[in-house]
Write a protein that binds this ligand. Structure first.
Ligand code: DC
Length: 216
């Protein structure tokens, strides 16, 4: 029988989680689940429907009629692929705001646990090692300096044609770090048993190898 194992990857925005987790998934032949994309999908739907973060009743109603799924590395919202719609500064902001809402977290955490049932997965986010998959065999916590993370995001946004200054992106990152680490519900924290890796000055390949070595 094939052995099932779970890898939890957490860390702040721009620490390299998704790039690294995708590569580890490919090397190990397991599924990758990007939970940040799921919060972005909810934020994106709120923007499309003109719902603000304070309209809890409308959010609850919306969540009851929301279907989120993955096909490979693509995310589908109500049956439509939205992978190329959710990597904007506007969606990032709404994702951060909606991730502090109990009803949103409840629905998405439930879905995340179901997605990880009965198969090996690597899942990345903010509360994976501490909450969603607290029993994961392997836990990784990625960090990087604020400036380096802002630079990575700024380049990513620039490639997509978004014209923001580095200072704006850095300010956004500082604000999101604050939101993510200080919210009451499942804030971003390193799990006690997680391996911490600072990615500021090491290559993606080296981080991937460190993770794979720690597993093997
Ligand atoms: O990783 P990301 O930037 O795509 O995440 C988008 C937002 O979702 C981010 O502000 C934090 C939030 N998030 C969360 O609260 N819990 C997770 N497990 C993943 C993301």
């Amino acid at each position: 029988m094939k052995k099932i194992f779970k890898i939890a990857v957490d860390g702040p925005s721009g620490s390299g989680k998704s790039t690294i987790a995708k590569k580890v998934a490919k090397e190990l032949g397991i599924e990758y689940i990007d939970t940040g994309a799921m919060y972005r999908a909810v934020g994106y739907k709120m923007i499309c429907e003109g719902i603000s973060k304070d309209e809890i009743d409308r959010i609850k109603e919306m969540l009851d009629q929301t279907d989120i799924d993955f096909n490979g590395n693509d995310i589908y919202l109500d049956g439509v692929c939205i992978s190329d719609k959710i990597r904007t500064a506007e969606v990032a902001k709404m994702a951060s705001a909606c991730s502090a809402i109990a009803e949103v977290r409840e629905k998405l955490v439930d879905l995340q646990r179901k997605m990880a049932e009965e198969k090996s997965v690597i899942m990345d986010g903010r509360d994976i090692g501490t909450n969603v998959l607290s029993d994961a065999k392997y836990k990784i916590f990625l960090t990087a300096s604020t400036r380096e993370r802002a630079l990575r995001r700024w380049k990513e946004l620039k490639d997509k044609g978004e014209d923001l200054s580095l200072k704006q992106v850095e300010d956004d990152i500082i604000q999101r770090d604050f939101n993510d680490t200080t919210r009451k519900l499942n804030p971003l924290r390193k799990a006690q048993d997680a391996l911490e890796i600072d990615t500021t000055e090491i290559t993606i390949e080296d981080v991937v190898q460190t993770i794979i070595n720690s597993i093997e």
